[in-house]
Ligand binder design. Structure first.
Ligand code: DGT
Ligand code: CA
Ligand code: CA
Length: 566
């Protein structure tokens, strides 16, 4: 079990003991949970003697941690849970409810989960509890809705929505300037809410227009300088009106991140200046504010691309003027991982090629799945030969784009490829990926990927860590070993652009590049609409500090063919 999971168990034990009215012990468990949470190494790697030496962890808690580590279970905890079967996680997710309130609700009304809570609140039973009020009951009822939907939204779903709202605002006569800010502008992989800034000559009219947009579900707050709406997509959107001369400062502030804002403000103070959402000031004089660039310039630091505004270190590097010139959104010249309706894709070969052309690609590789038990609708080896002829024909027929012949091959549990190798030598691009059997040990999964990389025909490892945002965490892998093998074998690691994959993810991209790996940004598109996901992959690579030369599909077709020889 990892530290977070162990801490969660200890935390919940504390809450359960608290409800049972056991004295002292809850505090001890809370303290132990805090210690485990802030530990820099896995508690799994510690001996019981070492665990016992941790602050706030005594003998009895040590035993429980060891038991959890060794067996994954803790009968003591399970017994407590049986005695009071309360869904803590969900109840505590309701704004305004803490452990004390949970106790109160359970003891007075036997409330165990969100359904119980909603039922009792609707029937006005909460206000009868001492310590709660009618107002509190109303708030709880309102907040239950949000607690049921606490997950953040995927960038790939929010970016088009935000751009759509931006376009609508741009088309409104009173809007002078409009920009999307917040986590979307930083292209963070998940989004809490959408933030938009406008300059207008008529705030009242703009706000009226905004809250009446067709994607709005309901209005949460409407004012002259700020409004918040709930969109039909179940996400909030804030619109703020800013004066034109402050637009850059506001954009900087509301793009964040919070950490970056705090650091930049500190840095301004060191230079005798004051930075806020209205501008950069020297005493009462505004020295910059209308655009972001001039603020960075006046501060004497490197302009920070929004994707690089993540944390304190990014500001420090900007001060040193050592930020990289990251890959641009127009630097990609081709997509090397695409599917068609020959396998599990939804669009025809020709449609995919034309969509790629529309995007501006100079070359693409069609990499359908080959037949196997794991991948339904994969094509078999005879059909691959037929498809290869068809690809050649299309390549001659369609101008301005080169079509490469490829395949996506499954890496079997033993590391071998799920295909006869003689066909591979006739193809241009081989993408290998783990598409089944994820439940292996760290060593097994690592070896599996390494065997594939050592295969002389494999060019690309698809979605290397297998994570799916909100669904499945990354496999445990010895990434250092994988990065090194990638360099040694000229195998490129993919930045997969699917909205819920973005795999490799930003931090891993940074590490891979430091090891000297070359990467490839692919869409893994299964239909024409998804060809546009490339933008998400590029954004992720930018967040991982990738420059043009780190990414092989920024090369010309001729250069690329050299890189594809292993
Ligand atoms: P999200 O919405 O959770 O995906 O993340 P953000 O970064 O969009 O955060 P949000 O919407 O709460 O606020 C937008 C930006 O406004 C944020 O990136 C930085 C700025 N901001 C918000 N609250 C604070 C604050 O308390 N202090 C500072 N320095 N900046 C803040
Ligand atoms: Ca936001
Ligand atoms: Ca916001």
């Amino acid at each position: 079990m990892d530290n977070k999971e162990i801490a969660r168990v200890l935390d919940e034990i504390a809450d359960l003991l608290e409800i049972k009215g056991v004295p002292y012990k809850p505090i001890a468990y809370k303290r132990a949970a805090e210690t485990i949470k802030s530990l820099s190494q896995p508690v799994e790697d510690l001996t019981s003697k070492e665990i016992m030496k941790l602050p706030g962890v005594g003998e009895s808690i040590t035993k429980k941690i060891v038991e959890l580590n060794e067996t994954g279970h803790l009968p003591y905890f399970e017994e407590l849970r049986k005695q009071c079967p309360i869904d803590f996680e969900s109840l505590l997710a309701v704004e305004g409810i803490g452990p004390k309130t949970v106790k109160l609700l359970y003891q007075s009304l036997d409330i165990k989960d969100l359904d119980d809570l909603e039922e009792m609140a609707k029937h006005h039973q909460l206000r009868r509890i001492k310590g709660l009020s009618e107002k509190k009951e109303k708030n709880i009822l309102e907040n239950i809705k949000y607690a049921r939907k606490t997950t953040r939204h995927l960038l790939g779903h929010m970016l088009p929505l935000a751009n759509n709202i931006k376009e609508k605002l741009e088309g409104f006569k009173h809007v002078i300037q409009v920009e999307v800010a917040g986590s979307i502008r930083r292209r963070q992989e998940t989004i809490g809410d959408i933030d938009i800034l406008v300059v207008t000559d008529n705030p009242r009219q703009v706000m009226g227009y905004f809250v009446a947009l067709d994607m709005v579900d309901r209005v949460i707050a409407k004012g002259i300088s700020k409004s918040t709406v709930r969109l039909k997509a179940d996400v909030n959107c804030d619109l703020r009106v800013m004066p034109e001369k402050s637009f850059g400062a506001a954009l900087l502030y509301f793009t964040g991140s919070k950490e970056v804002n705090v650091e930049m403000r500190k840095m301004s103070i060191k230079r005798g200046l004051k930075l806020n959402e209205y501008g950069l000031f020297n005493g009462a004089t505004m020295v910059a504010g209308q655009n972001e660039e001039e603020i960075f310039q006046e501060l004497g630091i490197h302009y920070m691309e929004p994707e690089l505004r993540q944390n304190v270190e990014d500001v420090e590097v900007a001060i040193q003027r050592e930020l990289p010139l990251i890959i641009g959104y127009h630097d990609i010249r081709g997509d090397l991982h695409m599917h068609t309706d020959w396998s599990d894709g939804k669009s025809s070969l020709k449609d995919m090629v034309e969509a790629a052309q529309d995007w501006g690609h100079e070359y693409i590789a069609i990499t359908d799945h080959i037949g196997s038990l794991q991948v339904p609708k994969g094509i078999d080896e005879n059909k691959i030969r037929v498809q290869m002829k068809e690809l050649d024909r299309l390549d001659r027929e369609i101008e301005n784009i080169t079509i490469l012949k490829g395949l996506e091959v499954n890496i079997k549990s033993d590391g071998k490829l799920e295909i006869k190798e003689d066909i591979l030598k006739d193809l241009d691009v081989i993408v290998a990926g783990i598409n089944s059997g994820y439940r292996q040990s760290k060593e097994q999964l690592t070896d599996r990927i390494i065997s594939a990389m050592e295969n002389q025909y494999v060019n690309i490892i698809a979605h290397p860590t297998g994570r799916k945002i909100h669904k499945r965490s990354a496999y445990e892998l010895d990434v250092d070993k994988i990065f090194q093998t990638s360099v040694d074998t000229n195998t490129y690691l993919e930045v997969n652009s699917q909205p819920d994959r973005l795999d490799l993810r930003d931090v891993m991209i940074k590490n891979a590049i430091q090891t000297g790996c070359k990467l490839v940004i692919n869409t893994d598109a299964h239909s024409i609409e998804r060809v546009w996901d490339m933008e998400l992959g590029i954004a992720t690579a930018r967040r991982g500090w990738a420059v043009k030369k780190d990414i092989i599909n920024t090369s010309s077709h001729k250069e690329l063919m050299k890189l594809l020889v292993k």
